[in-house]
Design a protein around this ligand. Structure first.
Ligand code: ADP
Length: 213
């Protein structure tokens, strides 16, 4: 980001451009009661430092606005497949104890469960905590007993937008979504797990885009 000392006049030019963009150098000069030649060096500094954008025959724009539309554009066009991460998948017979160890080793907040390649369940931190404080024998109980099961799982397809993913996460108050595609395995319809999209993925996009603006 730019970190230069601006003169009072340059600050006033920025305010004028923000209020009336696109605006020509002549019009800016008029508002300041100065000639075009007088403010030319100021405009040169402001465009070279990236604060203003100059378009031939159109005028000056405040680039902060450009940056914001770039941000919005990217948020709308980025797809789930652009940002998904690798899912952690176990089978229904995995014990709660082993699944909790997996949660720590893989450093994730939720685990997916699949049977013969098809999504059957989701396990979150609270599912483990709830059942652990209920006194279940972690070494005996398989995750199939405690998981949230299909058809109650909220999923997303790789082609959907990051905004769609964020909306589903917000609406259903969950931390992650399995990224899936519809398949038919041995005559059974279901979802194959392709990835995982979590609040962390979405926050990372937000930070990356802001840093690139
Ligand atoms: P945490 O347990 O850390 O609050 P979540 O908010 O993701 O994490 O999980 C809350 C509940 O929602 C859990 O019972 C979990 O099994 C369930 N859950 C998590 N992800 C999904 C999903 N994609 N679809 C349906 N239910 C889910």
């Amino acid at each position: 980001m730019i970190n230069i000392q601006l003169s009072e006049r340059q600050e006033r030019i920025i305010d004028i451009v923000k209020a009336s963009q696109p605006i020509t150098s002549e019009e800016i000069g008029k508002k300041l009661n100065l000639t075009r030649a007088t403010i030319r060096p100021d405009l040169a500094i402001l465009t070279m430092s990236g604060i203003l954008d100059a378009r031939p025959k159109v005028g000056y724009f405040y680039s902060g606005r450009e940056a914001f539309s770039f941000f919005l554009e990217q948020i709308k066009t980025l797809t789930v497949s652009d940002i998904k991460s690798v899912p952690v998948v176990v089978d229904e017979q995995t014990t709660m104890y082993n699944a909790i160890v997996t949660l720590f080793l893989e450093d994730v907040g939720s685990i997916y469960v699949a049977s013969e390649g098809i999504l059957t369940g989701v396990l979150s931190r609270k599912d483990f905590l709830k059942n652990a404080i209920g006194g279940m024998d972690l070494n005996k109980i398989p995750v199939g007993v405690i998981m949230t099961r299909m058809p109650n799982i909220i999923t997303i397809s790789p082609k959907e937008s990051v905004l769609d993913a964020a909306t589903k996460i917000m609406e259903h108050q969950i931390d992650s979504l399995p990224v899936v595609e519809e398949v038919n395995i041995n005559g059974k319809d279901g979802y194959k797990i392709l990835g995982r999209i979590s609040k962390t993925n979405i926050i990372r996009v937000f930070v990356d885009l802001c840093n690139n603006c």
